[in-house]
Design a protein around this ligand. Sequence first.
Ligand SMILES: *Cc1c(COP(=O)(O)O)cnc(C)c1O
Length: 367
Amino acid sequence: MKPIYVVQPSLPPYEEFIEEIKDLWDSRILTHYGPKHQALEKKLVDYLKVGNVEIFVNGHMALEAIFNQYPKGSEVITTPYTYASTTQAMVRAGLVPVFCDIEPDWLTLDPTKIEALITDKTKLIAPVHVYGNVCRYKEIDEVAKKHGLDVVYDAAHAFGVFADGTSVAAIGTAAMFSFHATKVFNTVEGGCLTFGNDALRTPIEAWRMYGMQGKENASLVGTNAKMTEMHAAMGLCNLKYVDREIGIREQIAKTYRRELEGVEGVKICPVQEGVRSNYAYFPVLFTKDETTAVRDAVADHLGQLNIFPRKYFYPITSEFDAYKGMFEIQPTPIASVASNQVLTLPLHTGLTVEDAKYICDEIKKVL
Ligand SMILES: *Cc1c(COP(=O)(O)O)cnc(C)c1O
């Protein structure tokens, strides 16, 4: 059997991409906010229903761009149950992560545990819409307002997700989306930052462009994090298919849910009321005990069948060697146990409903 991976990049029809990039041979505009860059930003403003979209070379740099807007040494209340990028971006920007535990249903930042971690150095909260699950944003917002904090969302997994009719791009001070090859919408590598406050445009754009405002003077210390025209072209093509992509994912995700719901020793995230999901990932927790034993046994068994789910997210970022001795690490027992138990099942448009059923049957055999 052909191997089944956890993700598989989506590509537009070959001819459409070739057609989209043809005019680059005439214009010779390959990067630097060319027409495709501008067209993609405009289309994303419409699709994501948000005031401002700034696209970047990748999602990680979009996160660094926003974290760099805060004074070095500021504390950020964040979740360790995420991809390396979230924590690395804030640390590289000179901020200090303060790890807050997650809530057990959706594995997102627990709003009830934020307040106890606030000090006079706290400047922002950085939650993650992990797996595309929407954070309890109204409660997070209340805490933030009460203490005068900003909220920057890592929405890398949540492209196209709406909660109570509101795009997640429009929730919080800013949100970051990843357009990495393996995400629901891709530009090969790429990402964006979305925000409502127009005043953020100038410093964010300058940071992305060596700190330059205009052609001669650098007004701040920045970097190069622009997206090329080739990548923007891929985005323009892929964006046409993203709703279809989400529709196919929905069928696979619903099959997993049907087959695994109620199985003893298995926990899956409950459906979120009022949320238009993008079915980015399908995490499963093996809850027979709090160790990695069952999860690893399932992963090994599937691996022998050429099926490769991933241990997203294991370990939690607060356990990374890189941070040993750098700052205080707060205990997050729910996140620790979830990361021992979790396996993210294959979910992409190359899969069929039959594949998903087969994977569930094999999981049940191990259990
Ligand atoms: C993919 C991802 C990122 C980083 O995005 P890139 O575009 O790969 O740089 C950040 N956070 C999370 C949760 C991600 O999954």
